[in-house]
Ligand binder design. Structure first.
Ligand SMILES: Nc1nc2c(ncn2[C@@H]2O[C@H](COP(=O)(O)OP(=O)(O)OP(=O)(O)O)[C@@H](O)[C@H]2O)c(=O)[nH]1
Ligand SMILES: [Mg+2]
Length: 315
């Protein structure tokens, strides 16, 4: 951080606060939606299906007095594949590295057994780290929703009620978290919101469309690799390979007369053009790689491996 400190040292005062805020919880509780809503920008893909996020992703939120390094994590679940093992490990590592833990709970439904498992994981990994509970999806919570069970899960410093979908409670959340952050410098320039490169974002956007448009096991069995990402004068050329685990899944992703893959491609292209602010030529191919979710070499190739992100130097 020394180099960055000297670059940005003029920008922050002695009482400036900053740190890693691990955003953890069950799959599908709204972790990624919450971070996108705070940043006012989509840095992480979102879907109505669980286990959407697969990697650690940083969301950087800067104010004059503080810089939050939100760490979006995969939902903590009982893993069934190497990919699942990896995802849970990513969340555990984020707990270890965190300055503050933000545990997102979904109050649109009752507490679940998995929440108790997560409480144990948090206690093991981060016993002394400040913790805030976020009771999310309050827009769906009935009058009769009893929050006492949620609050009894773990000893915590703060509680917030939010709707990541409509933005309720988010300004309070930010203001409330500031005292939990340690004193520290502005690690990233104030305009930077993420660390992800465009290739990664392109692959994620394509995966998001597949997760949205398909069902059953397909969303979980898909990986996307960008085989070409080149910038021409007024257009970006992107070639993507969509990997599935079985021939039958390939048939579904391609669809009747190629209808499904066309829809995936055109939805993804629209988002990519918005993101890149230029025309995009997107070509997608579908390939079968049997049991890739247990193939560590392949997983590494598409980015599912644990990097050496150090505290303060995420990624
Ligand atoms: N009604 C309502 N829906 C929400 C809220 N927050 C998130 N959602 C929805 O919940 C679903 C899951 O949201 P995600 O942000 O993908 O959840 P996640 O916790 O990141 O899920 P994983 O990445 O799978 O662990 C999406 O359909 C969101 O639109 C909320 O406050 N209210
Ligand atoms: Mg997510």
């Amino acid at each position: 951080m020394d180099e960055l400190d000297s670059i940005f040292s003029d920008d922050w005062s002695e009482d400036h606060r900053s740190g890693l805020v691990a955003v953890v919880g069950r799959p599908n509780v709204g972790k990624s939606t919450l971070i996108n809503a705070i940043l006012g920008q989509k840095i992480a893909i979102v879907s109505s299906k669980p286990q959407t996020t697969r990697q650690r992703q940083l969301g950087i939120y800067t104010r004059d007095d503080a810089q939050f390094l939100f760490v979006d994590t995969p939902g903590i679940h009982d893993p069934r594949t190497r990919l699942g093992d990896y995802m849970v490990k990513v969340a555990q590592n984020a707990l270890h590295d965190a300055d503050v833990i933000l545990w997102i709970l979904d109050v649109s439904g009752a507490l679940r057994e998995e929440d108790t498992v997560i409480a144990d994981a948090i206690k093991r990994a981060a016993a002394n780290t400040p913790k805030a509970l976020v009771l999310n999806k309050i827009d769906l919570a009935g009058e009769d929703c009893d929050r006492r069970d949620h609050l009894a899960l773990i000893k915590h410093d703060l509680v917030f009620e939010t709707s990541a979908r409509n933005g309720a409670g988010l300004p309070n959340l930010i203001d409330g978290l500031i005292p939990l952050l340690p004193l520290g410098p502005r690690y990233y320039p104030s305009h930077q919101v993420s660390e992800s490169n465009l290739r990664f974002l392109a692959a994620e956007i394509i995966r998001e469309k597949i997760v949205e448009l398909t069902s059953d096991e397909i969303p979980y069995a898909v990986a996307v690799e960008i085989s070409r990402f080149s910038e021409k004068k007024d257009i970006n050329i992107i070639d993507a390979i969509v990997y599935v685990e079985r021939e039958s899944q390939k048939g579904i992703v391609i669809g009747k007369r190629g209808k499904m893959i066309k829809r995936i491609g055109s939805d993804a292209r629209a988002d990519l053009e918005r993101l890149l602010e230029r025309h995009v030529h997107l070509q997608t191919r579908v390939k079968v790689l049997k049991n890739w979710r247990s193939n560590e070499q392949f997983m590494k190739r598409v980015g599912y491996f644990l990097g050496k992100g150090k505290k303060g130097q995420p990624g």
